[in-house]
Design a protein around this ligand. Structure first.
Ligand code: AMP
Ligand code: MG
Length: 488
């Protein structure tokens, strides 16, 4: 824990800019409890000091819980192009809390703000808050979100909006961009400090290898491959997979114009600013691989201390080439589980791909379709299958279903056991854009109840929760294509 580097070239000591007259917009009581924060009957922190701390006002008020906040320098590739120095332009790392680092996003200008105002608006802060907690509940590795505080302070985007601060937590916020930054600056000592810190704290299993730095690279790349397979399996599109938004711990970070897919479309683009579809759903694995190549470039100077440049490049290249296989294995594991398959058979890849093709052609709802697999009975006539009505090409669907039923015969598993496993793997509730949007519209009118309600539902995504049935529904037609851009 704690940012491992010191010195002016790596970070800036900076207090958050106070947020005028802050109020609670959202608070995760489950995470608060986990951190030992005492709560009142409204499930908010009992001590008013927390509102002050989490809106960035505590230092100005001389309330020292976290006394040495910093913003860190990193660089990165944005949309495939080297962007040079970026850094925490609106995030300030307060310090440590429990097993996490605690960061305020939207808490004012830092040395790295460039042309930005250091702020975040209410809508994007609510999306990050709900998005990260929902992903955590799904079991996807992610930064967490403890709270959102709001203010009437105006913030200019395409229109005039208001400011908010999202408190996010992660064991470390180190990014691929941190490595790229110090590699570009030829500061090998800094790179070594970063890598040693990761080996000591987050990748201890690599410490004793013959070549710890190479091992570290392989482990980071593997975690990233597993992460992106996990994303694909829940229909998550990140939206801005720039190398400065890629965690070196294999966590989902920097929630911007992300989206959970409603209707399944392989080449779905969730970020309106991504006109080329660089970060479309089906491109995410390849893009993550590309980001791992950026990480390899960032770690090259470390390996050059031990090997010739050619040898170092060769070693990193060999490690990098593992990515597609690791991804494919992780993807197969995830999708087999989604279909309730325990065993591994040679044709599973084809079986799953064919299903996704059919889902794409019929633009079926991703979440609902997989959940319906819990109703499939191995012996039943597939024409009576509840899934069938969702597909346009019934003949193709029937053929596929027959191959799935044949595949089920190879499993030593009862219907009941498979069905339960499917219900615990395929969520009923995900943060659909239209649900988030509804909560945001109410919050913009100072009604924050829907945020808490959504949070509570999304904390148990696999439970039936019949009283909240409506929250599992696909979007009404007019809310199918909510446009999200990078503006936040
Ligand atoms: P993002 O696309 O949100 O990951 O941001 C890319 C870079 O721009 C990061 O260095 C951010 O810190 C910075 N940035 C984004 N929005 C702002 C803002 N409103 N003020 C200052 N910096 C910002
Ligand atoms: Mg970012």
């Amino acid at each position: 824990m704690a940012f491992p580097l010191q010195g002016d070239d790596t970070c800036q000591s900076i207090a958050p800019t106070p947020l005028p007259e802050p109020y609670w917009v959202g608070f995760s009581s489950s995470l608060g409890r986990e951190l030992g924060i005492a709560l009142n009957e409204s499930k908010l922190p009992a001590d008013p000091l927390w509102l002050s701390v989490l809106s960035g006002n505590a230092l100005a008020n001389k309330e020292h819980i976290f006394s040495n906040p910093i913003a860190t320098a990193y660089s990165g590739h944005q949309f495939g192009i080297w962007a040079g120095q970026l850094g925490d332009g609106r995030a300030i790392l307060l310090g440590d809390i429990g097993p996490y680092e605690i960061q305020l996003k939207g808490s004012g200008i830092t040395r790295y703000s460039r042309m930005g105002d250091g702020r975040a608006v209410l809508r994007s802060s609510i999306r990050e808050f709900l998005g990260s907690e929902a992903m955590h509940a799904l079991g996807v590795p992610t930064s967490r979100a403890l709270a959102v505080t709001g203010s009437k302070k105006p913030v200019m985007r395409e229109t005039l909006e208001t400011a908010a601060v999202c408190t996010r937590l992660a064991p470390s916020f180190l990014r691929v961009g941190h490595f790229e930054h110090f590699a570009a600056a030829r500061q090998t000592e800094r790179l070594q400090q970063l890598a040693d810190y990761l080996l000591d704290i987050h990748y201890q299993e690599c410490r004793d290898s013959d070549d710890p730095y190479l091992s570290l690279f392989s482990a980071m790349s593997r975690r990233s491959a597993e992460l992106v397979a996990h994303w694909q399996s829940v229909g998550f599109c990140h939206g801005v997979l720039n190398s400065d938004n890629i965690s070196v711990l294999g966590l989902t970070i920097d929630y911007g114009p992300f989206g959970m897919m409603d209707r399944f479309q392989m080449d779905h683009i969730c970020n309106h600013s991504d006109s080329q579809g660089r970060y479309a759903y089906h491109n995410q694995p390849q893009i993550m691989h590309w980001n791992m190549a950026c990480l390899a470039g960032g770690m090259l100077p470390l390996l050059e201390k031990r090997y010739s440049t050619e040898e170092a490049q060769q070693k990193l290249q060999t490690a990098l080439e593992q990515f597609p296989t690791q991804y494919r294995e992780a993807w197969l594991q995830r999708f087999r589980a989604k279909l309730g398959l325990l065993e591994e058979h040679a044709n599973d890849f084809e079986l799953i791909e064919n299903l996704l093709q059919l889902m794409h052609q019929s633009r079926v709802d991703f979440t609902i379709t997989f959940r319906l697999f819990a109703q499939v009975q191995a012996q039943a006539d597939y024409q009576s299958n509840p899934l069938r009505d969702h597909f346009i090409d019934r003949q193709a669907f029937d053929a596929w279903m027959q191959s799935y039923l044949d595949r089920l015969k190879l499993e030593q598993r009862s219907d009941l056991s498979r069905q339960n496993a499917i219900l615990n793997t395929n969520p009923k509730f995900v943060l659909r854009n239209y649900l988030a949007q509804h909560a945001i519209l109410l919050a913009q009118q100072d009604d924050f109840s829907e945020i808490q309600k959504l949070l509570q539902i999304l904390e148990n995504p696999y439970a039936e929760q019949p009283e909240h049935e409506a929250y599992s529904a696909p979007p009404p037609k007019e809310l199918e294509d909510i446009v999200l851009s990078c503006s936040s």
